[in-house]
Ligand binder design. Structure first.
Ligand code: TXA
Ligand code: MG
Length: 322
């Protein structure tokens, strides 16, 4: 797909129809969701799904999330227990992904679930994502729309910076409101947290009336990226929990104590605002960084959306593959 022209589609009926046409024909279209931009393909089409891995340069076939317009469509793909229904009803549409037993008659390309007998499903809340799902009439497999290992995109310009020439189109829906990926809950056994994300863990536990297992990724088994593998990584080096940066360092602040910060995730110390700003500010600081200059990040409280923010920051700071 390299070298092709990538169309930027406007957020109107024409843009949606064009995007749906590409998707129905097995193409790749990046589209906005409330969390981050996704790189979508028809989840029933093996070749289209394989194209996602090729465009992202994803080294391994990690399973992908399937996006559907509503719970009814999700229930055609996955087996819903009572608990799964409760969570879906409480948080869909929204930033929650459920990993459930895959239905035998789901019709989903095996590559989507990496051959597992479970499947990750989500009903996104973004109006354009919902319009697109209805217009194309197919479930969309969609990881974040960035080259593998890089910072997730929260604007169409971020998508173009990483994938222009490798995908058919991007549907431009402006900035993603939540800014971090969905929370992933595993429900194939006891409810477990597979990835902290846009819905706070506390809210999910309150709905369930029980605490979540902290899933430990099993080596060799596909799992949400739980290891401290390098991910979400800007080009510049990242250091965490820096309250007094070196003179001349780029400093990503949080809260009112970081008045000198180059950028501040939220001067007021609001975690929702910080999540929305996270990936865009990491990109902006990376653009500002001169050779050898690193990014120092202030401490972020580890509750609510802070769990997801710290998870992404730890991975951005993890040792890079040589
Ligand atoms: O907010 C989001 O979730 C975004 C937007 C585009 O919806 N999507 C996203 O997808 O973050 P992706 O591919 O970057 O992350 C999907 C994660 C993977 O880390 C994968 O390991 C996990 O979901 N996953 C998918 N299917 C799974 C399964 N059957 N069992 C365990 N984990 C699974
Ligand atoms: Mg991703």
């Amino acid at each position: 797909m390299s070298g092709q022209h990538t169309e930027i589609l406007s957020p109107d009926q024409r843009g949606i129809s064009r995007a749906a046409e590409f998707l129905r024909n097995g193409g790749l279209v990046a589209f906005p969701t409330e969390t981050v931009y996704g790189l979508g393909a028809d989840a029933r089409n093996d070749r289209a799904v394989a194209g996602i891995f090729a465009a992202k340069n994803r080294p391994s076939f990690n399973p992908l999330i399937v996006h559907v317009p509503d719970l009814d469509h999700a229930a055609r793909i996955a087996e819903f227990s009572g608990t799964a229904r409760d969570l879906a009803q409480a948080f869909w549409p929204g930033a929650l992904t459920l990993v459930l037993p895959l239905r035998a008659d789901a019709g989903i390309a095996p590559l989507v679930s990496a051959g597992l007998d479970s499947i990750a499903v989500r009903v996104p809340a973004h109006p354009l994502a919902r319009d697109l799902l209805r217009a194309c009439g197919c479930p969309l497999a969609a990881p974040s729309a960035n080259p593998s290992g890089g910072v997730s995109p929260t604007r169409s310009a971020h998508v173009m910076a990483g994938l222009s020439g490798r995908i058919d189109a991007v549907l431009d829906g402006g900035p993603s409101a939540v800014g971090v990926e969905s929370t992933i809950i595993g429900l194939t056994g006891a409810p477990g947290l597979l990835r902290p994300g846009g819905i706070p863990v506390e809210a999910i536990e309150a709905c369930l009336g029980q605490t979540l297992n902290q899933e430990v990724p099993v080596t060799g088994t596909p799992n949400a990226p739980g290891q401290l593998e390098s991910h979400y990584a800007p080009g510049a080096g990242v250091r965490l929990n820096v309250t007094r940066p070196d003179a001349g360092a780029l400093w990503l602040g949080f809260g009112p104590d970081c008045a000198d910060a180059t950028w501040n995730l939220s001067p007021a110390g609001d975690l929702t605002e910080a999540a929305a700003n996270l990936f865009g500010m990491l990109r902006d600081l990376d653009d500002l960084a001169v050779e050898g200059q690193g990014i120092a990040v202030a401490p972020v409280p580890d509750h609510g959306l802070g769990r997801a923010i710290n998870d992404r920051l730890r991975r951005a700071a993890a040792p890079r593959p040589a």
